[in-house]
Write a protein of this length. Structure first.
Lengths: 111, 115
């Protein structure tokens, strides 16, 4: 049974570009949460998806958007990239009322 | 406001010695408490959690943590450190009444085990 998988593992973009990150949840999990982890800091909650809808959102601008598909996989989109968006982006999946399992993350560098 | 504090940015321990990574929390209600570990260029791995019951919780890789309600602490411990325990450790808390099950994270503590 595969755990949470994220792609790509690394990504380099320039300011102003758009990026899409992908996440496949652990088997049996229907809820996906996204986090941003800047270097030397703890994860910051971006948003959570359940039943293909955004259920909760952290303190992130509208440039950050997402989607959940019927197979529970999810995408995180970031528009108009800024240098400050450089971070490790973590996806976590869980049952609706269960503990979160994290993927290895996507390292985004904005130049 | 809910918060988690990890007062030490870095903890250095000699291999074979006991280790403690500190965590204190503030929540309005009763807490669920978690410890996660992050190895370089890797995601977060679950170590252990406190839900209810025995204040001493045992987890993966020989780690344990003690819940102290009066001191609002949940310190991570291991009796004998290994070099391979060197990593970044995060404490997290969730209010039992939070229906969205969101975790509040500490800033992390870098644990360095020296041979």
């Amino acid at each position: 049974d595969a755990g949470v998988t994220q792609s790509p593992t690394h990504l380099i973009k320039t300011r102003g570009q758009q990026v899409t990150l992908r996440c496949s949840p652990k088997s049996g999990h229907d809820t996906v949460s996204w986090y941003q982890q800047a270097l030397g800091q703890g994860p910051q909650f971006i948003f959570q998806y359940y039943e293909e809808e955004e259920r909760q959102r952290g303190n992130f601008p509208d440039r950050f958007s997402g989607h959940q598909f019927p197979n529970y996989s999810s995408e995180l989109n970031v528009n108009a990239l800024l240098l400050g968006d450089s971070a490790l982006y973590l996806c976590a999946s869980s049952p609706r009322t269960g503990d979160r399992y994290f993927g290895a993350g996507t390292r985004l560098s904005v130049l | 406001a809910q918060s988690v504090a990890q007062p030490e940015d870095q903890v250095n321990v000699a291999e074979g010695n006991p280790l403690t990574v500190k965590c204190t929390y503030s929540v309005s209600g009763n807490p669920y408490l978690f410890w996660y570990v992050q190895y370089p260029n890797r995601g977060l791995q679950f170590l252990l959690k406190y839900i209810t019951g025995d204040n001493l919780v045992k987890g993966s890789y020989g780690f344990e943590a003690e819940f102290n309600k009066s001191q609002t602490s949940f310190h991570l411990k291991k009796p004998s450190a290994l070099v391979s325990d060197s990593a970044l450790y995060f404490c997290a808390v969730r209010d039992k009444k939070d229906s969205n099950y969101q975790l509040i994270w500490g800033a992390g503590t870098k644990l360095i085990i020296k041979p």
